[in-house]
Ligand binder design. Sequence first.
Ligand SMILES: C[S@@+](CC[C@H](N)C(=O)[O-])C[C@H]1O[C@@H](n2cnc3c(N)ncnc32)[C@H](O)[C@@H]1O
Length: 267
Amino acid sequence: MTPSVIEITSLDDPRLADYAHLTDVALKKARGTEHGLYIAESLLVLQRALSAGHEPRSVLALGASVGGAIAALGDRDVPVFSGPGELLEELTGYVLHRGLIAAMHRPALPTVSALLEGASRVVILENVADPTNVGAIFRSVGAIGADAVLVTPRCSDPFYRRSIRVSMGTVLQVPWTRLGDWASTRALLTASGFHLAALALTPDAVSLREFAATAPQRVALVLGAEGEGLTEEAIAAADSVVRIPMAHGIDSLNVAATAAVAMYALA
Ligand SMILES: C[S@@+](CC[C@H](N)C(=O)[O-])C[C@H]1O[C@@H](n2cnc3c(N)ncnc32)[C@H](O)[C@@H]1O
């Protein structure tokens, strides 16, 4: 089997519905899927998604990008829709600057225990709401080399389009999953021998430099929301509270910058 190229001349084909102005939330509930869909934008991100074992439902490509899509898809029997730029723009509501987009099946998320097994550095995002920050953190995790990301139920979804784009597709490479409440999370971390370090600006926090000098073997770094910071529950669950000293009277760092600095210090 190989991909089939379908030239579209109208927007009536129901298989094009995945591209018709759908929000990230609607894609998560897409019909005919087990776990919903996400959108991969660009050939590079499609390649990363395929390497991660994710399966495409279809691809939408401008003429010059059809060849790249077909090569990436290999022997998968997946429709590649192509057509005039204006028609594709009418369908999606925007210009396909990156040449193609693909509707990808969301994979089943792994269990927390599976991700903790064999890991020594993990990052926990508590209620981080901005997909740009989530994507930037995944990019740093991938680049600096932490093993996994765990996100709380109220954290923005790493498979949202903006996160995937900002992360350059690393959200598709770095293992991640969703957590339950703090009590169950704490129990799982303890069972796996993890030290939970809360990144926060409390007066009694130890400096990151001091913490890194004698860092435990297995560390979970927890980072908080952009406005409120970490919840009291997260701080109470932590083994250590760690701060990056600030200069010039500046009160805090952006959460993605904090993640990069802390991971590097502990790498
Ligand atoms: C923009 S900050 C939130 C600031 C919030 N007003 C507070 O007091 O925590 C977002 C997250 O980044 C992390 N963070 C930012 N600056 C930090 C610093 N200097 N030391 C430790 N963590 C920091 C914390 O995890 C925080 O929850």
